[in-house]
Design a protein around this ligand. Structure first.
Ligand code: NDP
Length: 292
């Protein structure tokens, strides 16, 4: 069984991003990423903090806007407009989820698609579906695809099952795996909460991607011998023995599933680090395209 080390692969991607950032800075301007957060959800705060730290480590121009929970839609859209017009900013990210009174989809539509490094704007979603290489692709599924490629997993002709159909992970994952070319050409099934006999559908998979948000839901009955299993899930479960009072587990019951697998990602240390690495790579791409 091969343990797919997302931290190591992400480390290599980030090293390349650092070199690229140095070169781009020497050419006239560092890549710039703006991260906007509304409210004080602790998980969001942790994600935003680690994005900012990574930017600083890579020599990016990093801007963080932490807005109070009672920020209005109009104020948030105003900030997005300002960032769209800021010549030093190449990428804009509005951390999800915002408070309930914010219409998140409407905010995403206001982001300049050329700065939409999360790949959530409808223009980029359409481009991904149309196999237009200029699309910004959502970072988590992009990271999964890179992990598969870096781990020597051949997707061409493989049966892939993606559990989850969100616009952030499941749907773009299925589009990436089914599109023509390297890291694609798989035969893809999308499963979700209405899927009949999920275990039987999952057992068809040579490559199983779990993006559900249910701790350890995927057990050995869902996995055929020799499958490659990618666990996107990040779930907090109570753990009195941990000083934080919780620990992170995936959507896959790792201990029971791993012995059946050809390869599997751990949680933490699998897909998570790749998400940030892809965000940085997308920001470099945006900077290159926008020029100095
Ligand atoms: P969503 O809640 O948006 O989507 C979950 C999907 O799982 C839905 O399509 C849902 O089906 C499906 N689902 C829920 N319950 C079941 C079930 N019992 N059987 C089959 N399918 C089910 O979550 P996200 O896609 O945003 O995230 C999924 C997981 O990935 C979460 O744990 C999240 O924390 C993690 N994540 C990790 C990232 C990383 O960097 N590693 C980044 C983003 C997310 P339906 O559509 O029918 O409701």
């Amino acid at each position: 069984m091969q343990l797919i080390d997302g931290k190591a692969v992400a480390g290599r991607v980030l090293a390349q991003c650092k070199d690229d950032a140095m070169r781009l800075t020497a050419e006239g301007r560092a890549p710039g990423l703006a991260v906007v957060m509304v409210g004080d959800d602790p998980a969001s705060r942790a994600y935003v903090g680690s994005k900012e730290r990574t930017c600083v480590q890579l020599g990016f121009h990093s801007v963080k806007h932490e807005l109070p929970a009672d920020t209005t839609q109009q104020q948030l859209v105003g900030l997005v407009r300002q960032l769209n017009d800021d010549p030093e900013i190449d990428g804009i990210l509005v951390q999800s989820p915002p408070p309930a009174h914010i219409d998140e989809a409407a905010v995403v539509r206001m982001i300049d698609p050329a700065k939409d490094v999360d790949g959530f704007h409808p223009d980029n979603v359409a481009k991904l579906a149309m196999e237009d290489d200029s699309a910004f692709v959502p970072c988590t599924p992009l990271g999964v695809q890179r992990l598969l490629q870096e781990s020597g997993v051949d997707t061409a002709g493989a049966e892939a099952v993606v559990v989850g159909r969100s616009m952030i992970v499941g749907k773009p994952m299925a589009l990436l795996l089914s599109r023509r070319g390297p890291g694609g050409d798989a035969t893809v099934t999308i499963a979700h909460s209405r899927t009949r006999d999920l275990a039987a559908v999952c057992r068809r998979a040579d490559i199983l991607v779990a993006a559900i948000g249910r701790p350890r839901m995927i057990g050995p009955d869902h996995v055929k011998d020799g499958a490659v299993v990618i666990d996107v899930g990040i779930n907090r479960i109570e753990d009195a023995g941990d000083k934080r009072g919780y620990r992170l587990v995936g959507d896959v019951d790792f201990d029971l599933v791993a012995p059946r697998c050809r390869a599997i990602t751990p949680v933490p240390g699998g897909v998570g680090p790749m998400t940030i690495a892809m965000l940085m790579e997308n920001t470099i791409r945006a900077r290159r395209r926008r020029g100095v």
